[in-house]
Design a protein around this ligand. Structure first.
Ligand code: 5FU
Length: 262
């Protein structure tokens, strides 16, 4: 069961090079925290990534909310990823047919495939979306998460939709390394998916717009997820991002240690 193995043990066994490198990074840096950096200014995003960088394994971006986006932002984020030892995940949530997502992933203003180690996709269109993204991403050593569930109230991603999404991930294991999910699913022989979970908060439970925040203990220890994705809990006005990130790093790591019973 991958839930009770350490990230380091899982890294040794993993067949996907990017997932392997990511699991090694978490073990080395002792963090399973991803920052959801939903800021609209380039300077603010860079400043936040630099402050929080020491505590995270993954910087999650929504690059299309940045008002003054340019290639220099990408260069600076990539440099910070090297400086602080984290990976980058553009939370693009692709959702179109294979041919269109190939263009959206490789081209346009953002050229996501050229800089984002990990991205994600809905499975609404069927398996063509995975094949399209894989054509672009695999030669660049990128990898994909599928949205098997969402954190928001009333989400339609549940039941058979989730089950079929997991089956699709198994079919394209060379590129699909995990899920956006609210809990860990039962492993089948040979599975080792990475479970990343948004909707995590230490201090609040809702934002009044459908977001639902759970405690890291529940998410990692009790529900078996691997990575906690935290945004406003770290950078909301009045908070000290480095201090909050450290709190979340400690809480996430403690919950993980309890899970693997070290
Ligand atoms: F796929 C999902 C999801 O189901 N829920 C989410 O909240 C993604 N998210 C993202 O995680 C969302 O787009 C934000 O970027 C982030 C959560 O930020 P918060 O400020 O911690 O609520």
């Amino acid at each position: 069961m991958s839930a009770t193995k350490s990230y380091g043990e899982r890294a040794k066994l993993h067949s996907n090079p990017t997932a392997k490198a990511f699991l090694e990074l978490m073990e080395r840096k002792k963090t399973n925290l991803s920052l959801a950096a939903d800021l609209t200014s380039k300077a603010a995003l860079i400043e936040l990534a630099d402050k929080v960088g020491p505590y995270i394994c993954l910087l999650k971006t929504h690059i299309d909310v940045v008002e003054d986006f340019d290639q220099d932002l990408v260069d600076q984020l990539t440099a910070l990823a090297k400086k602080h030892d984290f990976m980058i995940f553009e939370d693009r949530k692709f959702a179109d047919i294979g041919n269109t997502v190939k263009l959206q992933y490789s081209s346009g203003i953002y050229k996501i495939a050229s800089w984002s180690d990990i991205t994600n996709a809905h499975t609404v269109p069927g398996e063509g979306i995975i094949r399209g993204l894989r054509d672009i991403g695999l030669p660049l050593n990128r990898c994909l998460l599928l949205l098997a569930e969402m954190s928001s109230a009333g989400t339609l991603a549940k039941g058979d939709y989730t089950t079929t999404t997991v089956e699709l991930a198994r079919k394209y294991k060379d590129f699909v390394v995990g899920f956006i999910a609210m809990r860990r699913y039962e492993d089948k022989e040979g599975d080792d998916f990475i479970y990343m979970t948004p909707g995590v908060g230490l201090d609040q439970t809702t934002d009044g717009l459908g977001q639902q925040w759970k405690h890291p203990e529940v998410v990692v220890r009790d529900l078996g997820c691997d990575v906690i994705i935290v945004g406003r809990g770290i950078y909301d006005q009045g908070r000290d991002p480095a201090h909050e990130a450290q709190r979340y790093q400690e809480a996430g790591w403690k919950a993980y240690k309890e899970r693997i019973q070290l």
